[in-house]
Design a binder for this molecule. Structure first.
Ligand code: 1CP
Length: 350
């Protein structure tokens, strides 16, 4: 179905809309009791991700509750490391654990050839979701960036400082480039296949790009994102689909990100949206950027903060409302409702 005229896709293309569209990073997830209930059906997280009907069910849950302008495919960025041969398990109080860790040249050489057939379950979920989605609601697909995926594959888990990948990067940049090259090829093929299966826009989550120096960000993260976008924009089957890039902690590098070929840049909450707009010009959409912790305050406060962001962006096209990072598990649901109500009743002459 062609969703080109929906609020989200128009805003991503910097076309005028009646109000900013809103979706929420991690909108399907642990803050929703209905999500927790669905998860009980298959407690093993990766097995859950492999069940297209359950992925469809939880993708639809936040849309049933709130007037959101987009759905995001329920899956995880760690599907690619699993397809490359690592075992991924979600462990209580730790989070995802990947084994065996990638630590040297031999372990990079031992990774499997990337094979899209191992990710058919993601494409099946996209088809199932599109069958359920209303005509005016576009579906976002996503992937981790090569750098962010490499962080998990080399560290073997989440981490504050990601010592192992950063040490490898400093000691053996050649090996870091070797794995990033492999990941960039995989991410391109994966996103292209998501587009062919029916997603209407895609987001590249560079959750850990912000732990790098500027020079290393350009060399080890953004250059690979650029390569993926370039390949998507050259392919006639994928070129019309808007691409959002989101580097958590990347607000000081907007002038680099704007030349990546992306349609939109996701902003974390540390970045001022009016300053960002000045830096990127008027042809790139901006997405964000309420602090996820602001949702722990009151409906009145949230409404004020959301209106502030909308007015700071100003009366111009190209703003997609979102949080500055994923919604947190303990977020009160009535506060999410207040946020969505504020944004969906905001008017403008855009
Ligand atoms: O039920 C559970 O306990 C699982 C928690 C969970 C969920 C709900 C995980 C494990 N993944 C997901 C879904 C998910 N992950 C989605 C789809 C849901 C939606 O957006 O509605 C998406 C887009 C992701 C992306 C993702 N996974 C990112 C990038 C986004 C970000 O927040 O920066 C990252 C870094 C991951 C890894 C991951 N998977 C799961 C967890 C808890 C984590 C974070 C690990 C860490 O602490 O570093």
């Amino acid at each position: 179905m062609n969703k080109a005229n929906t609020r989200l896709i128009k805003a991503l293309n910097c076309k005028p809309v009646d109000r900013p569209p809103i979706w929420i990073m991690r909108q399907a997830g642990r803050y929703l009791p209905e999500y927790l209930a669905s998860r009980k059906k298959i407690p093993n997280f990766m097995e859950f991700c492999k069940n297209p009907d359950l992925c469809c069910e939880v993708t639809m849950q936040p849309l049933t509750r709130f007037k959101l302008d987009a759905a995001i495919l329920f899956s995880d960025i760690l599907t690619i490391p699993e397809a490359l041969g690592q075992q991924v398990t979600l462990q209580p109080n730790i989070g995802p654990v990947l084994e065996p860790v990638v630590k040297d040249e031999a372990s990079i050489n031992n990774l499997a050839e990337f094979d899209l057939n191992k990710l058919t379950y993601v494409m099946d979920a996209i088809k199932a979701i599109n069958y359920e989605l209303p005509e005016n609601t576009p579906l976002l697909g996503f992937s981790g960036s090569p750098w962010t995926l490499a962080c998990y594959m080399i560290q073997g888990s989440g981490s504050k400082n990601f010592e192992s990948p950063k040490t490898l990067m400093y000691k053996r940049p050649d090996l870091m480039h070797k794995i990033l090259n492999k990941l960039a090829d995989a991410v391109y093929l994966y996103l292209a296949e998501q587009i062919k299966s029916g997603v209407d826009a895609i987001q590249i989550f560079d959750s850990w790009g912000g732990i790098l120096t500027h020079a290393d960000y350009l060399e080890f993260s953004l250059s690979y994102i650029n390569r993926i976008i370039d390949a998507l924009k050259k392919n006639p089957e994928t070129r019309g689909i808007p691409v959002i890039i989101f580097t958590k902690g990347g607000g000081q590098w907007l002038s680099d990100q704007k030349n990546s070929g992306c349609n939109a840049i996701g902003l974390d909450w540390m970045t001022e949206i009016n300053h960002a707009r000045k830096q990127v010009g008027d042809n790139i959409a901006l997405q964000g950027n309420l602090d996820p912790l602001a949702l722990f305050s009151s409906p009145e406060k949230i409404s004020k903060l959301a209106k502030d962001i909308i007015s700071k962006h100003g009366n111009k096209p190209g703003h997609i409302f979102n949080l500055g990072h994923g919604i947190l598990p303990k977020t009160p649901i009535e506060n999410v409702a207040a946020l969505v109500e504020t944004v969906t009743t905001a008017s403008s002459s855009r």
